[in-house]
Design a protein around this ligand. Structure first.
Ligand code: EPU
Length: 340
């Protein structure tokens, strides 16, 4: 029997810690529970929002509808071969706890993605990535429930259509599927990825002689902790914007005017720019408007110092977009999902 709460406050369900209310709220633990929910009036008569860890969304007002907290649990080794282990993980498991479980078991592949806030179910949704690794590199498949009729469907990596912080679940199939579990293909023989400069520097600083997945995870945790605000202390949702892609001509003309522009070449001939750098050079790093601010250490992150509203954070994001566009002629795109 599913239990519902009404007029529920969501402060503890979003990492900006915004005290917004939703009309109705329930938690779903199994496919059977979802099938039960599907036939209920409350489900069919309301707008619905699937909630994971709440670490990549911004509520700009109260939510007028039904919030469904995805609470599928469990970690299970599905199969092994000579080099890999295939692990199925419930969408409602905490991401970082799962990464630590992999490290304890010596399964390599996710160590670079240590300390990312949120739950496992959101990881394929936006193809989370950090320090040279994206989820698509170790993704095998996922299971999802069709929100229209409750049928369960498997998605391969190709079917997820992964891109930079993108998947089919943010585009064509937006709001259509509830991800119930994800299977990761992890290596038994470690495959270290230390190509991201900051990791190499951090390993050197720590005097690491023998590389291990634990050493990489520890290095990532130290880097993230030094740059990114802990959402348990200061409300935030990680990078608020994506790093923008520009043509090689645009990149060259910007480089002429701003020789220290941070850019990375892409396979398609375009260049990716560091949005954090653009925001900093537009003069907004560390700026604060009431309790909404641009983080002091990493300008890509917007923070709630305590009593900001979602609308104020959204307004700040618009100021950032305008300032970057005015100075560089580059239009940033929000990475965080805006829920109004
Ligand atoms: N930079 C600045 N000023 C800033 C921030 C960054 O000049 O305020 C410069 C840095 O000096 C560096 C470059 O921008 O030269 C890149 O910075 P960083 O290594 O911090 O990475 P990022 O591109 O800003 C991305 C991800 C992060 C991820 C890091 C590490 C996006 C939108 N963000 O940030 O992901 O942790 O790389 O791989 O791609 C997230 O998605 O929530 C997130 C935190």
């Amino acid at each position: 029997m599913i239990s519902f709460s009404h007029n529920k406050i969501l402060t503890d369900y979003n990492t900006f810690h915004l005290p917004v209310y939703c009309n109705h709220f329930c938690e779903i633990n199994t496919v059977a529970e979802f099938s039960e929910l599907l036939h209920q009036k409350i489900y069919n008569e309301n707008e619905r929002l699937i909630l994971g860890g709440g670490s990549n969304l911004l509520f700009t007002s109260n939510y007028n509808g039904l919030v469904i907290k995805n609470n599928f649990k469990g970690i299970k080794i599905e199969k092994r071969d000579d080099q890999h282990v295939f692990v199925s993980v419930g969408a409602g498991e905490n991401w970082h706890k799962f990464v630590l479980w992999c490290i304890e078991n010596n399964f390599s592949g996710l160590e670079n993605l240590s300390l990312i806030p949120g739950n496992v179910g959101a990881s394929p949704m936006q193809n989370i990535g950090a320090y040279g690794v994206e989820i698509k590199d170790v993704f095998e498949s996922l299971e999802a429930v069709d929100m229209l009729d409750g049928t369960v469907r498997n998605f391969s990596a190709a079917e997820c259509e992964f891109g930079y912080r993108e998947s089919v679940f943010k585009r064509k199939l937006k709001n259509r599927f509830l991800i119930s579990s994800v299977v990761f293909r992890l290596s038994i023989i470690p495959n270290f990825n230390t190509s991201y400069g900051a990791i190499e520097q951090e390993l050197e600083k720590a005097g690491v002689k023998e590389l291990s997945i634990k050493a990489i995870s520890d290095a990532v945790i130290r880097i993230r902790s030094s740059k990114l605000p802990d959402p348990n202390v200061i409300g935030n949702a990680g990078s608020f914007f994506k790093n923008p892609e520009v043509s090689s001509d645009k990149c060259a003309s910007l480089k002429k005017e701003f020789p220290d522009l941070v850019s990375y070449p892409l396979e398609n001939g375009n260049f990716k720019l560091a949005a954090g750098w653009l925001i900093e050079k537009a003069g907004l790093k560390g700026k604060r408007f009431g309790d909404a601010g641009v983080h002091t250490q990493q300008a890509l992150v917007l923070v709630n110092y305590g009593n900001s509203s979602g609308a104020e954070i959204f307004d700040l994001s618009q100021k950032v977009l305008d300032a970057v566009n005015e100075k560089f002629g580059v239009i940033l795109e929000r990475e965080v999902n805006i829920i109004s």
